[in-house]
Design a protein around this ligand. Structure first.
Ligand code: ZN
Length: 160
C-alpha cells in the first residue's frame, strides 16, 4: 500500500541536525504513527513520504520553511528576573508557558543573570536544517473515527 492522504503511517525515525547531533529518535520505543495529509508532521517530511511503502528507507533533509519555520529574532525577549517569582532556579534550556498577545506560548530560557532572563519563543528547532533517517514500518487505511479526529488512535498515536 502506497502512502497517500487518509492513510495511517507508522515510521521509525532518527532526527539529526547538521552537526550530526541526534535531536530525536523513535528507535528506543514504538514507531510514530501519523495520519497522512492531516498536518500531523512537518510538511517537508510528510511530502517526502508520499508514494512510499512499508519497508522503504529514506533520508530527508528538511529546510526551515518546510520544518519549524525560520528563527524570528523578535520572539527573543528580555524579561525581568522578578517576573519569575516563586521559581528559585532558572537555567538555560528550561521551558515555560507564557501568556502573549498570540495566546499561550512555550518559551525557552536562553540566558540568565541576576536581573534579567532572556527567553526565546521560537520553536526549539526553528531555523535548523533537519535530517531525518526514516524507515516505514507500516501503512494502513485510517478508520472513520481517525479521519474525523484528524489523528491516529492506538499504538504510536492518541489514546483517549
Ligand atoms: Zn482521536
Amino acid at each position: 500500500m502506497e502512502i497517500s492522504n487518509r492513510k495511517v503511517v507508522s515510521i521509525h525515525y532518527t532526527l539529526t541536525n547538521t552537526d550530526g547531533d541526534v535531536l530525536d529518535t523513535s528507535r528506543n520505543g514504538e514507531p510514530l504513527a501519523y495520519l497522512h495529509g492531516a498536518g500531523n508532521i512537518i510538511p517537508g517530511l510528510e511530502n517526502a513520504l508520499a508514494g512510499k511503502r512499508a519497508g522503504d528507507r529514506l533520508n530527508v533533509s528538511v529546510a526551515p520553511d518546510e520544518g519549524y519555520g525560520t528563527h524570528d529574532p523578535a520572539m527573543v525577549q528580555r524579561v525581568p528576573r522578578a517576573a519569575f517569582q516563586g521559581i528559585d532556579t532558572i537555567e538555560p534550556g528550561m521551558q515555560f508557558h507564557a501568556e502573549t498577545a498570540e495566546g499561550l506560548q512555550t518559551v525557552t530560557v536562553v540566558e540568565v543573570d541576576d536581573e534579567t532572563v532572556v527567553v526565546d519563543g521560537n520553536h526549539p528547532m526553528a531555523g535548523q536544517i533537519l535530517n531525518f533517517d526514516v524507515e516505514i514500518a507500516a501503512v494502513r487505511e485510517a478508520s472513520a473515527e481517525e479521519l474525523d479526529h484528524g489523528h491516529v488512535h492506538g499504538a504510536g498515536g492518541h489514546h483517549h
